[in-house]
Design a protein around this ligand. Structure first.
Ligand SMILES: Cc1cc2nc3c(=O)[nH]c(=O)nc-3n(C[C@H](O)[C@H](O)[C@H](O)COP(=O)(O)O)c2cc1C
Length: 364
């Protein structure tokens, strides 16, 4: 019998929480150093200053892994150049009934319908503020904070719900993400519609007096016209950029016939697909955004990155930064260093001096 993927995830998070809590003690600090030695790669050519934030490398942890920010200060020791925490909602919520996370190994994919399980904006804000006070010995990597709508909040009150979360969290994140693309909160994706989205962006930017970079994370299932509308809004509201993409509701081309835990085909199960089946579509979306904005709007590319080649495809299509989730689950913790080593090889192969020179290269 294989272990339940959500149980495995919780075990991982418990270990990371312990590491985070003991980071300043001798044993924890020693372990942290060991991790850094094995998993991190530091090289000037991988560094970027984007939107006033220093990224030591372009590979970040995607939203959904550390929903409560409990390992916020550990991700850099695992080699990541940044980590996006959340999705965090204003009200704490348990998420959907289990089982709600499935591996589809034949497809190198996952299907999830977690439903934004998280401890709520106030609790996460308190934790991150405490972290800031306690961590003195090392600099941690940039933190993104991904915000979603609470399930109990009606869609028409969504803007206020995002605003309340942002108020609580705005001092503890380096950048913020309006997540309107999860398939697992009823009606959430309808907030990608330009008129609804503009009301959210409007209130957030009014509150955003310290001008923290604000991104919108979009679904891969949108039509080109809808993506063009969002790009237009992003320009109107002076957003930092877009994150492309979230999981897909498409089940096209899956090899998996039956999901073991439920005995049902993936077509009969609600949720979003991540990993390899999403790879090409998310790269297409990145390319579209890059071309529509003449490369003027930073893009965080995410979807199906397992190897250097996948990351390079997204970077040369136009992504300045990359995020990973499903690839990391399948490939294990050495994946980030492997990709970074490969990216340095790519830079040499193309006679480039830094990763920023490769961004969007394929479009030129
Ligand atoms: C179990 C799981 C939970 C996720 N939860 C969130 C979430 O809370 N918020 C979010 O914006 N994206 C969430 N995502 C989507 C990822 O951030 C990412 O956009 C997507 O999985 C595609 O990347 P990947 O193919 O590298 O996994 C989740 C993905 C998975 C697999």
């Amino acid at each position: 019998m294989k272990a339940d993927p959500e149980w495995l995830h919780q075990q991982t998070m418990n270990s990371l929480l312990w590491l985070s809590a003991t980071k300043e003690h001798p044993l924890g600090s020693w372990l942290n150093n060991c991790l850094q030695q094995h998993l991190c790669l530091s090289d000037k050519r991988l560094e970027q200053n984007l939107l006033g934030i220093n990224f030591a490398n372009p590979i970040g942890l995607a939203a959904g892994f550390d929903k409560d920010g409990i390992a916020a200060n550990i991700w850099s020791s695992l080699g990541f150049g940044f980590a996006e925490l959340g999705t965090i909602t204003y009200h704490s919520q348990p998420g959907n009934p289990r089982p709600r996370l499935f591996r589809l190994p034949l497809d190198q994919a996952a299907l999830n319908r977690m439903g934004f399980n998280n401890s709520g904006a106030a609790a996460v804000a308190a934790r991150l503020k405490q972290d800031k006070l306690e961590i003195t010995s090392s600099v941690s990597s940039p933190k993104g904070i991904n915000l979603g709508k609470s399930k109990i909040t009606p869609l028409e009150d969504a803007a206020q719900d995002y605003l309340e979360s942002f108020r609580l969290l705005k001092d503890v994140g380096d950048y913020f993400v309006v997540n309107v693309s999860s398939p697992n909160t009823p009606g959430l994706r309808s907030l990608q519609d330009a008129s609804l989205l503009s009301s959210i962006l409007d209130v957030l930017q009014q509150e955003n007096t310290s001008q923290k970079p604000l991104f919108v994370k979009i679904a891969p299932d949108l039509e080109w016209e809808a993506i063009a509308d969002i790009i237009h809004l992003a320009q109107t509201y002076n957003l930092a950029g877009l994150i492309a993409t979230n999981t897909t509701i498409s089940r096209e081309g899956l090899k998996t016939q039956i999901i073991e835990q439920t005995g049902q085909p993936p077509q009969a199960e609600a949720g979003g697909i991540s990993g390899a089946p999403l790879r090409d579509r998310s790269t297409e979306v990145i390319k579209f955004i890059y071309q529509q904005t003449q490369g003027q709007m930073p893009i965080i590319g995410v979807g199906g990155v397992f190897t250097t080649e996948h990351a390079w495809q997204k970077i040369t299509a136009g992504a300045s930064l990359i995020q990973v989730y499903t690839g990391w689950i399948y490939e294990g913790p050495l994946m980030v260093k492997r990709i970074l080593t490969g990216l340095l090889g790519k830079l040499e192969e193309h006679s480039l001096n830094s990763i920023s020179e490769a961004v969007g290269m394929e479009n030129r």
